[in-house]
Write a protein that binds this ligand. Structure first.
Ligand code: GLV
Ligand code: MN
Ligand code: MN
Length: 407
């Protein structure tokens, strides 16, 4: 599976993946998913929001056990964020079939569309739509950097943008969703464990900062006469770092657009996107308001107009304790009883990364498994997980699915 996926959407220069929603690379990944489904004789389905499903058992049956993740990527993303969950799901199913597992609940593998939000700016569009956390109106207004709307992009990819919307009946048929994901930090590396269980996802969001000044000639405009929004943007980036350090939160300006974007022109507009996350809501509120306050002070002093718009927000996710405990019991029981008895508990850890599992957790009992990432690097071509750890993840996922769907 990895050999087939490796070249899809990979940039030859950076070595990173550019699998953005509804592009040709995304279509190749979707075709690969469908091939996996058909090769295993599973039922194939695309839901109204463009999420792909592979079914073993009745898709209309109650109390389904669902696993899976996403195949899209951030700009120059790594190979594992998303695909590890999808590949491991198919591999876990193969393992369960080899074990002769008898399923008593329907089982599905899902590929959720546009998880990273790299193209339209909003993460988890496929799961948010299904869960009713993004309205059809809001989705129809999303635009990419070239001005292409989400409906135009979906239609160009052969999907019906008028069909999108909440899918409560589908979600009501899911008894448990378990997403396996590469860890995006070094917690498991530090504890020395190949696999862990998620406890919570930090609250997080994205804010767009528009700094407007006055375009002018870089060679003839005296410093004193300039209204340069780049300076206020720079002050804001530094303020974000300072506020994050003070509050113990995270704040990142990772994307910026400049107009007119000429070497010899003072910009008229600098648009920067803030991504901020914290362990709790009060801390996130404190860092975000601290950054905006600092930006407004600098803007006022420099004669710059500033607009701040919150483009997305995801509240804290505390994964369902009953399902989390069930996963822990399954995995700990296996470690104790099995050949690989380590006598150790499986670590339970929180994360600052967003996931479809976090979105779905409002509607469905949801849990996550993490696979060790030796460097912690993610959202980068350097993202990595060792083969043995990936295999341990597959075994853990197979054990969990067997425990949930074959009892
Ligand atoms: C998704 O990976 C996110 O946390 O932004
Ligand atoms: Mn990601
Ligand atoms: Mn991911």
């Amino acid at each position: 599976m990895w050999r087939e996926l490796a070249p899809l959407g990979r940039d030859a220069g950076s070595g990173g993946y550019r699998r953005h929603a509804w592009t040709a690379a995304d279509a190749e990944c979707r075709a690969w998913f469908r091939e996996q489904v058909e090769a295993r004789g599973l039922g194939y389905e695309v839901d109204r929001n463009g999420n792909q499903w592979a079914w073993l058992g009745d898709p209309l049956g109650p109390d389904a056990v669902v696993t899976g993740s996403h195949l899209d990527s951030v700009p120059d993303g790594g190979a594992f964020d998303g695909p590890l969950g999808v590949v491991s799901s198919f591999a876990a199913l193969d393992e369960l079939r080899a074990r002769g597992a008898r399923f008593t609940r329907p089982l599905a593998i899902a590929n959720f569309g546009d998880e990273e939000g790299a193209r339209f700016g909003l993460a988890c569009v496929g799961s948010r739509l299904a869960a009713g956390q993004l309205t059809v109106d809001q989705a129809h207004r999303l635009r990419d950097a070239a001005g292409v709307t989400l409906p135009q992009a979906m239609a160009a990819a052969g999907y019906d943008p008028d069909a999108i919307g909440p899918d409560p009946e589908r979600l009501a048929r899911i008894g448990a969703f378990v997403e396996l994901h590469v860890e995006q930090g070094r917690a498991l590396d530090l504890t020395g464990d190949p696999v862990g269980i998620a406890s919570a996802i930090w609250p997080h969001g994205r804010w767009r900062y528009d700094f407007r000044g006055e375009a002018n000639h870089a060679g003839t405009t005296r410093l004193a006469d300039r209204r340069d929004p780049m300076l206020t943007y720079a002050e804001t980036v530094l303020a974000a770092r300072r506020e994050a350090e003070l509050t113990g939160a995270l704040a990142t300006f990772g994307k910026v657009a400049v107009e007119p974007n000429g070497v010899n022109a003072i910009p008229s507009l600098v648009r920067g996107w803030l991504d901020s996350r914290a362990a709790d809501q009060a801390t996130l509120d404190a860092v975000v308001s601290g950054i905006e306050r600092a930006a407004r002070e600098h803007a006022e002093r420099a004669g710059i107009d500033l607009d701040v718009v919150r483009e997305s927000f995801t509240p804290v996710v505390d994964f369902q304790h009953a399902l989390r405990d069930e996963l822990r019991a399954i995995l700990t029981g296996r470690a104790r009883g099995g050949a690989a008895d380590t006598g150790r508990a499986v670590p339970v850890l929180g994360t600052g990364a967003g996931h479809d599992a976090g979105i779905l957790s409002a509607s469905v009992p949801t849990a996550m498994l993490f696979v060790r990432n030796p460097t912690g690097i993610s959202h980068s071509p350097a993202e990595h997980a060792a083969e043995d750890d990936c295999a341990a993840g597959v075994t853990a996922l197979a054990d969990v699915l067997e425990g949930l769907a074959c009892r």
